[in-house]
Design a protein around this ligand. Structure first.
Ligand code: PLP
Length: 455
């Protein structure tokens, strides 16, 4: 008997979970959450049978998941997993490849290269860009900030690679008022202070007001956003990029989910000019529906990214062309490119375009159902994000809590321009029109019920 028969078990349990996903509560019930205590035994002295370990994980673990991989999870901007990508992820896990070097995994390096080039082509970004596979947009934003820091310092006659941060010339960092927490964290990690950010006012959809951008120069780092996490709105990228290019400022775009709008001919116009930026961060685990964790840093100048991130050392393999680790901050790393290669292979350009367009269409449906029921939609539904208010903050929060407790679907709360709202994100290949109908009905019923009780 093989040591690995256990994988058959895992596959059986996984399929069982996924096949029943439609009927599951989206958030665990209080009773099942209590069962998590069954995991709280003391440190095992002697090892346990693998089968037993897996049985326990299946029995208690699976019912305490949040069902983000089904069609009725609308929290944050999460996205599910495409079957081909999930399966490829399993196979790659079985291979246990270290994607750091070509010499540590030819297949990982090769597929990262292909998947990276496909992503660049799909997003219509400069074809000679360098691509790094990282954990998500936060790390990608971090890499973008490091590339910007490297290049801007260089323009000011400072080689940050040899001299570091001590005594380095000052960099001006420009962000929108609606900058995502992830971009702020990335800036913090890269050595920029939160009080030092120049914040540009935004319009009612969260887009930077281009006229309010301060004078740009060769010491300025501009962080733009493609896809506001609340409204889905995209900054007026084109004009800002054109102005920045002229002044040799660096433009980075946090395009976690919104940059995927570029694969849709219907949505492309709102992303116009994104190709003019210097670096881009995008998630694969969100709208591309690749398993966690996965994102890309894309940089138009391959040399800048490599200089910002990599060093040479005697024990590292001698390379004549860039190795995967040139474009990432990590050394050892799982082979993320394999899941992405499988996801893009299974969708094709057409399939990805319909995934993006379907989510946008379903978000519009959701919004119109709620609007028809008398609730206020706070944003222009331009992408896959919907903001709905049920009244004042207290009422809206109460209704959100009831919706979460009910378990039919899951939506989170947010505050948009001072107003408390429920946020809906449609970002999974699994979501159908039926899901939208069922969930709209449920949300409306819960909201009306609460409002009646409050009267
Ligand atoms: C989700 C998101 C991020 C953070 O991405 P992670 O993959 O969670 O690190 C950054 N920016 C925006 C606009 C996002 O929506």
């Amino acid at each position: 008997m093989s040591h690995y028969n256990i994988l058959d078990h895992a596959a059986k349990y996984a399929m069982n979970y996924l096949d029943e996903i439609g009927g599951r509560r989206v958030f665990p019930s209080t009773t099942s959450l209590q069962q998590l205590q069954e995991f709280s035994n003391s440190l095992p002295v002697n090892g346990e049978e693998s089968n037993q370990i897996l049985d326990r994980l299946h029995k208690i673990g699976s019912q305490n998941t949040v069902v983000t991989n089904g069609g009725r999870y609308f929290g944050f901007v999460f996205g599910g997993t495409l079957p081909a990508s999930l399966a490829a992820n399993w196979l790659a896990s079985a291979w246990d490849q270290n994607a750091v070097f070509k010499v540590s995994s030819p297949v990982a390096a090769h597929l990262e290269n292909i998947a990276g080039q496909w992503a660049v082509e799909l997003l219509q970004l400069p074809s000679s860009s360098a691509v790094g596979f990282v954990t998500g947009t936060t790390m990608a934003n971090f890499c973008g900030a490091l590339a910007a820091r490297y290049q801007l310092c260089k323009q000011m006659g400072w080689d940050i690679k040899s001299k570091g941060m001590n005594g380095a010339p000052r960099i001006r960092v420009v962000v929108g008022e609606e900058v995502h927490a992830s971009m702020q964290r990335a800036l913090l990690l890269a050595g920029f202070g939160m009080d030092d950010l120049i914040k540009v006012a935004t319009d009612n959809q969260g887009r930077m007001i281009a006229e309010n951008i301060p004078e740009l120069d060769a010491s300025t780092f501009v962080c733009l956003q493609a896809g506001n996490v609340n409204t889905g709105a995209i900054d007026p990228v084109k004009n800002i990029c054109l102005a920045a290019k002229e002044k040799r400022a660096w433009v980075h775009i946090d395009g976690a989910f919104g940059l995927w709008a570029r694969v849709s001919p219907k949505k492309f116009a709102m992303t116009e000019g994104c190709e003019l930026a210097d670096s881009w961060a995008i998630d694969l685990h969100k709208w591309l529906n690749v398993p966690y964790d996965s994102g890309l840093i894309i940089c138009s100048d391959a040399e800048v990214l490599q200089n910002a991130l990599s060093v040479t050392a005697a024990y590292l393999p001698e390379v004549t062309e860039p190795d995967p680790f040139f474009n990432t901050p990590e050394m050892s790393r799982r082979a993320r490119g394999i899941d992405t290669w499988a996801a893009i292979s299974s969708l094709g350009k057409t399939g990805l375009t319909s995934l993006i367009e379907r989510c946008c269409y379903l978000a519009e449906q959701f919004a119109s159902n709620l609007r028809d029921a008398g609730f206020e939609i706070l944003n222009e539904v331009v992408l896959n994000q919907v903001l709905v208010s049920f009244g004042d903050a207290k009422t809206t929060n109460r209704i959100i809590k009831k919706i979460q407790e009910d378990g039919t679907c899951w939506c989170g709360g947010t505050i948009w321009k001072g107003k408390t709202a429920m946020r809906i994100s449609v970002s999974s290949w699994m979501t159908t029109e039926d899901d939208i109908t069922t969930c709209s009905k449920k949300i409306i019923q819960i909201a009306k019920n609460e409002l009646e009780q409050l009267q």
